[in-house]
Design a binder for this molecule. Structure first.
Ligand SMILES: Cc1cc2nc3c(=O)[nH]c(=O)nc-3n(C[C@H](O)[C@H](O)[C@H](O)COP(=O)(O)O)c2cc1C
Ligand SMILES: [Mn+2]
Length: 479
């Protein structure tokens, strides 16, 4: 049975030894964030902070729901020990299955247990954490599902975008201009000076959050992808102040409008590449019109920073599978793509059946065509396990020619301004550069000149490999 809610999933995490309940009172101002960060950096459990300073009993903060591969596997109802390759394969299989959502009556939706409307709205009634020292404010949406709608087609887009409390009923956020949130806003609302309804959902079922990080195509309905990934329709309910549809079992739903005549500075924030960002100007300003929430609500935090955490793990999965499909459509003979969480979507590994300069050029073309979030691409031969970074590094070190094997390309207006190594001028102009490392044997090389890899599987003949494998238990060597 698929998990309907954040709470259901936490019960499973607890049974599997993947949850720590912190009963001691913890301060929302820095302490919860620091505990979350230290836990990530030691591959620790998901956390439920059960007593938050200044808040009533029952108001809780979670951290790290799917911040490790084992917890991602559990969220997909796979074995906790599933390998990264198995998780990728399962996700790739399920993500194109579409199961339409089921619409619940408002009276049946747990997220409507409590409703604050209009002047009653006070975001400070929820234990929003000040996650890192130096953050511009208390971030309420770090692990959220944000929903907005294209009025022309009724397409409801889901994405994950951070939001910070500005006052008791204003939020600021920073959806990048390349996001679909901004695409809809800039196409159908701002030019007409119309407020844009938005819903910011905290604490939905785990797969709704994972799908919110995925670059699903415009005009496709993410709620259907979540159904496919879960193998069961996701249950939605209509908002109180708009016709947006939100996950009915969510902990907290913040309903508001992006005001077309306001801009707001957002940040700084301890961002996903693992560094504090500066203040991002021209963020969006959201006037909050209602908050609906479950009793004893849980604010979903991720104490984002150096990898791994929920952000780098989710992006590893959802981005890599989308890239693999994109590269195939682009004519690259791709076997697998791996986005190592440690590379925070800056570094991508691409396995190909036929390497060389032409293939590497095609890979670089693909990664520099549209919105550009990546910048280093290692192209490896099919004999390399892309999920094994020791093999990838060995391949890169020994097959990439420093003169002939490095291709790069500059561009302007399309780079990701959160990339740490760009200088202030480059960030302002969205100027960037991407590189591809051809770490493959030149396809024109005769078989005789390709060096034989000196590993157990490749340097011995079948006879001796079989003999050693069959006799392994008799040698007394435990591996
Ligand atoms: C934790 C987390 C926070 C994110 N915050 C933002 C953000 O504030 N702004 C943004 O443009 N993208 C952000 N992203 C990336 C988007 O979620 C991602 O690009 C997604 O595809 C957006 O959906 P869209 O394709 O509908 O725009 C974030 C991703 C994660 C994992
Ligand atoms: Mn989307």
């Amino acid at each position: 049975m698929a998990f309907n809610s954040h709470r259901d999933f936490f019960e499973v995490l607890e049974k599997e030894g993947e949850l720590a309940r912190v009963k001691k009172e913890v301060d929302w101002d820095g302490e919860a964030g620091a505990i979350g960060r230290k836990t990530y950096e030691n591959q620790g459990p998901a956390i439920l902070f059960e007593k938050i300073k200044d808040y009533p009993e029952g108001y809780r903060i979670s951290n790290g729901t799917t911040g490790t591969w084992s917890r991602v596997a559990l969220s997909m109802e796979m074995a906790k020990k599933a390998s990264v390759r198995e998780i990728y394969q399962e996700y790739e299989k399920r993500v194109d299955i579409k199961i339409p959502p089921k619409i619940l009556k408002k009276s049946d939706a747990p997220c409507k247990e409590n409703i604050m409307l209009g002047d009653e709205v006070d975001l400070h009634q929820f234990p929003m954490p000040l996650i890192h020292e130096g953050d511009g404010g208390r971030y309420v949406g770090t692990w959220d599902v944000v929903i907005n709608k294209d009025p022309e087609t009724n397409w409801q887009n889901w994405g994950m975008y951070r939001f910070m409390a500005h006052t008791k009923n204003w939020l600021t956020g920073w959806p990048q201009t390349t996001s679909q949130f901004a695409f809809i806003m800039n196409k159908s609302y701002l030019p007409y000076n119309k407020p844009m309804p938005v819903a910011i959902v905290l604490g939905a079922d785990p797969l709704s959050h994972i799908i919110a990080t995925a670059g699903i195509k415009p005009y496709e309905n993410e709620a259907e992808n979540v159904g496919g990934l879960r193998g069961q329709a996701v249950e939605l309910v209509q908002c109180e102040t708009s016709d947006l549809m939100v996950p009915a079992h969510a902990e907290i739903v913040i309903e508001g409008e992006v005001m077309p005549d306001q801009i707001a500075p957002d940040g700084p924030f301890g961002e996903y590449p693992g560094y504090r960002s500066g203040t991002m100007c021209a963020g969006v300003a959201v006037k909050v019109k209602a908050v609906t929430y479950r009793s004893k609500p849980i604010v979903t935090m991720i104490a984002l920073g150096t990898p791994p955490d929920d952000s780098s793990i989710a992006a590893s999965l959802t981005a890599a599978v989308a890239m693999k499909k994109g590269l195939m459509r682009h004519g690259v003979p791709v076997t697998d793509v791996y986005v190592p969480p440690e590379g925070v979507t800056h570094l991508i590994v691409i396995g190909v059946t036929k390497g060389g300069t032409e293939t590497t050029r095609k890979v670089l073309d693909y990664f520099t065509l549209r919105r550009i979030m990546t910048n280093k691409h290692i192209v490896v031969d099919a004999d390399v396990d892309v999920f094994n970074m020791a093999e990838v590094l060995h391949c890169f070190a020994t097959r990439c020619h420093p003169g002939r094997g490095i291709l790069y390309e500059w561009y302007e207006g399309r780079s990701n301004s959160l990339t740490p190594f760009y200088n202030p001028e480059e960030r302002k102009k969205l100027k960037g550069c991407s590189v591809a490392f051809d770490s493959t044997w030149p396809p024109e090389w005769e078989k005789e000149i390709v060096p034989i890899k000196s590993s157990f599987k490749t340097i011995f003949g079948k006879e001796i490999i079989d003999k050693v494998n069959n006799n392994w238990d008799t040698y007394g060597i435990k591996l």
